[in-house]
Design a protein around this ligand. Structure first.
Ligand code: OXD
Ligand code: MN
Length: 593
C-alpha cells in the first residue's frame, strides 16, 4: 500500500481530524501516486489548466475570440446522466422508493469498493473542499469531493465555492458530504453513481459527465439534499430562481422547476420584450434551489451553486443573449464542435454551420452526414459572475423571498401555457403529476412523455410519495404559502408547430403570474385550474396569431380525461406512500371531468 508522500502531508490545509482521516482512508483504498488538496486559487486554476492542456484533456480555444476558454471532448459513451446506473443505497429498500434504483449499502460499498481499490494508481487524487450556498448562510452545506479527474476539479471550481471558504465553514465539524469519484477507465459496464443518504456519502465511478461526476450538483444538492431537506424541514429542488423588477421598482422572486434541457437557463436569464419597458430580470440560479421557511413565515431560497452547467445547442443571441455573454470568457465547453479558427459551434448557434467544423468527437464534420456537429447534450460551464444580469442577491446569505412557484414540462398537447392551482395541495398535485417529453440530458429515448414529478424524478433521493407528503407538510410551516402555477412553453398545433413563441416572450406569462401573486388581476376558473381571461395577458408589441394564442391556452376536456387516466401509472407505482390528499385531488378532477 502506498501512503501519500510526506511532502503532501505537510500541505494538508486543515486540522479537521475526521476529514484528514477520511482522506487518508480513501487514499489507502484508491492508492494514488499523489494526494493534492485544492485551494481554489487563481494560481492553482492556471497550473491545473496547463496540466490538463498538456495531457489533451482540455483544448485551448482562440484567446481572441474566447479568452480563457477551453474545449473538452468526453469519451463518446459518456455524454449524459445515466439514470439506470444511479442508485440510492439505504438500509431499507422502501426508503429509496420505487422511483429510485436501490442497492443495499453493504452490497454497494463492497461492489464499488472493489472497483475503487487501486483505481487511482498512477494518478493524482484531488481533494476538493466545496461549499454549496453562500458563505455564512444558514442554508449552506459543505462537501468534500475526492476525484482523480482534473476536468472535474476545474468544473467544480466554477460550479461551487471551492477551497478555503469551505474548510473555514466546516471548521472541526464532521458534518460534511463525503464524495468519492474516479473515472476508472470510463467503461460503462463499470459505471455506478451510488448515494448513501444515511451516511451523507456519494460514490461515483466510471463517468466524467457533469451530472454523474460533479458531485456537488445532482448528487449532493438534489439527491442527498432532498433527503436532508426532509429530515431538517426544508426543500431541495430542481428549480431556477429569478428576480423580476417591475417598472415601479418592486422586485419579486420566483422559482421554477422544469425537467433537464427544458429551458431553465433561458427562463432564468430572460430578456423581456421591448414592449415591457421598465421590467428587469435578474438571475439567482438556473438549476437548483434550496428553500427554507424564514422567520417571517415566507419561503426563502438560495442557489447552492456558483456557476452554470448549461445545454449549448439552441443557445444563441436571440434565445439567450445573457448566456452567450456568460460564455464569452473563462468557460469550459464539453462536446461542442470547433470552428477552424478555434471558436465553438453547436446546432442552433447561428443559422448556417461554418465551413471546416471539427465535430464533438474530434473528426472533420460533413454537412451531409446526417449527424449533428455538437452532441445534443453538449454543455458549457461558466461562472455565475460572468452573467450580466446576475442578481445582487445571488450571494446573499439570507437568500430571497419567493412570491410564486412554477412547474413546467415539455408537452405538445393538453397543458395550457399557464394554469394557476386553486390552492397549495392542488398545486402540489399539479407538480406531482407533471409530465414531460424526455430530452438528451439523460441517456435513453428522447421525446417520450414520462411523468416527471416536480422535475425531480431523476433527483429525488427518497421515496417520491414521502416527498409529496413533505411538500404538503410545508404548507403548515408557511404563513403565506406562495401560489403555484403550471406552465408549458411547448404546446404544438396539429401541424406540429409551436403555438407559443417562448423565450423572452414568456415575460408575458411571468407578468400575469406576478400580478396573480400580488392579487392584482383576475382569472378564469377552468376545471383544472385558473387561466388568464381574454385580455389579461399583455400580448402587445408582437404579432401573435390570436387563434394560436387561444389554442395554446385551451383546456380541452378530452385531453385532460386522457391525462388524468394516464396518471394512473404514477399513482399505482407510488401506491404505498401516495398521500391521500393527492389521491383526492385526482378523484375530484376525475369527478368534475
Ligand atoms: C443538468 C440536468 O445538468 O438536469 O442540470 O441534467
Ligand atoms: Mn438540471
Amino acid at each position: 500500500m502506498s501512503e501519500p508522500k510526506r511532502s503532501d502531508r505537510t500541505d494538508v490545509p486543515t486540522t479537521n481530524g475526521t476529514l484528514v482521516a477520511w482522506v487518508d482512508d480513501t487514499a489507502r483504498l484508491t492508492k494514488p501516486d499523489r494526494v493534492y488538496w485544492c485551494d481554489g486559487s487563481l494560481e492553482e486554476k492556471k497550473r491545473l489548466t496547463d496540466e490538463a492542456v498538456a495531457h489533451g484533456i482540455l483544448i485551448p480555444l482562440n484567446p481572441e475570440k474566447r479568452p480563457g476558454c477551453y474545449l473538452h471532448r468526453s469519451s463518446p459513451t459518456d455524454v449524459a446522466r445515466t439514470e439506470h446506473l444511479t442508485f440510492v443505497c439505504t438500509r431499507e429498500k422502501e426508503a429509496a422508493g420505487p422511483n429510485n434504483n436501490w442497492m443495499s449499502p453493504k452490497d454497494a460499498y463492497a461492489k464499488l469498493g472493489a472497483l475503487f481499490n487501486g483505481s487511482m494508481k498512477g494518478r493524482t487524487m484531488y481533494v476538493v473542499p466545496y461549499l454549496m450556498g453562500p458563505a455564512g448562510s444558514p442554508f449552506s452545506k459543505v462537501g468534500i469531493e475526492i476525484t482523480d479527474s482534473i476536468y472535474v476539479v476545474l468544473n467544480m471550481r466554477i460550479m461551487t465555492r471551492m477551497g478555503g471558504v469551505a474548510l473555514d465553514a466546516l471548521g472541526d465539524s464532521s458534518d460534511f458530504n463525503r464524495g468519492l469519484h474516479s473515472t476508472l477507465d470510463l467503461d460503462p459496464e463499470k459505471r455506478f453513481i451510488c448515494h448513501f443518504p444515511e451516511d451523507n456519502t456519494i460514490w461515483s465511478i466510471g463517468s466524467g459527465y457533469g451530472g454523474n461526476a460533479l458531485l456537488g450538483k445532482k448528487c449532493f444538492a438534489l439527491r442527498i439534499g432532498s433527503w436532508l431537506g426532509r429530515t431538517e424541514g426544508w426543500l431541495a429542488e430542481h428549480m431556477l430562481i429569478l428576480g423580476a423588477e417591475d417598472p415601479q421598482g418592486r422586485t419579486h422572486y420566483v422559482v421554477a422547476a422544469f425537467p433537464s434541457a427544458c429551458g431553465k437557463t433561458n427562463f432564468a436569464m430572460m430578456v423581456p420584450p421591448p414592449h415591457f419597458k421598465g421590467w428587469k430580470i435578474t438571475t439567482i440560479g438556473d438549476d437548483i434551489a434550496w428553500m427554507r421557511v424564514g422567520e417571517d413565515g415566507r419561503l426563502w431560497a438560495v442557489n447552492p451553486e456558483a456557476g452554470y452547467f448549461g445545454v449549448a445547442p439552441g443557445t444563441n443571441f436571440k434565445t439567450n443573449p445573457n448566456a452567450m455573454k456568460s460564455i464569452a470568457r473563462d468557460a469550459i465547453f464539453t462536446n461542442v464542435a470547433m470552428t477552424p479558427d478555434g471558436d465553438v459551434w453547436w446546432e442552433g448557434k447561428d443559422e448556417e454551420p461554418p465551413e471546416g467544423l471539427i465535430d464533438w468527437k474530434g473528426n472533420p464534420w460533413k454537412r451531409d452526414s446526417g449527424q449533428p456537429a455538437a452532441h445534443p447534450n453538449s454543455r458549457f460551464t461558466a461562472p455565475m459572475t460572468n452573467n450580466p444580469i446576475l442578481s445582487p442577491h445571488a450571494d446573499d446569505p439570507r437568500g430571497v423571498p419567493i412570491s410564486a412557484i412554477i412547474f413546467g414540462g415539455r408537452r405538445a398537447t393538453t397543458v395550457p401555457v399557464v394554469l394557476q392551482a386553486f390552492n397549495w395541495s392542488h398545486g402540489v398535485y399539479l407538480g406531482a403529476t407533471m409530465g414531460s417529453e424526455t430530452t438528451a440530458a439523460a441517456t435513453g429515448q428522447v421525446g417520450v412523455v414520462r411523468r416527471d414529478p416536480m422535475a425531480m424524478l431523476p433527483f429525488c433521493g427518497y421515496d417520491m410519495g414521502e416527498y409529496f407528503a413533505h411538500w404538503l407538510r410545508m404548507q403548515g410551516r408557511l404563513k403565506n404559502p406562495p401560489p403555484i402555477f403550471l406552465v408549458n412553453w411547448f404546446r404544438k398545433s396539429r401541424e406540429g408547430k409551436f403555438l407559443w413563441p417562448g423565450y423572452g416572450e414568456n415575460m408575458r406569462v411571468l407578468e400575469w403570474i406576478l400580478a396573480r401573486a400580488n392579487g392584482e388581476v383576475g382569472a378564469r376558473e377552468t376545471l383544472v385550474g385558473a387561466v388568464p381571461r381574454d385580455g389579461d395577458l399583455d400580448l402587445q408589441g408582437r404579432d401573435l396569431a390570436p387563434e394560436n394564442v387561444a389554442a395554446s391556452m385551451a383546456v380541452d376536456r378530452d385531453e385532460w380525461r386522457t391525462e388524468i387516466e394516464s396518471q394512473g401509472e404514477l399513482f399505482a407505482k407510488l401506491d404505498a406512500t401516495m398521500p391521500a390528499a393527492l389521491r383526492l385531488e385526482r378523484q375530484l378532477l376525475q369527478a368534475k371531468l
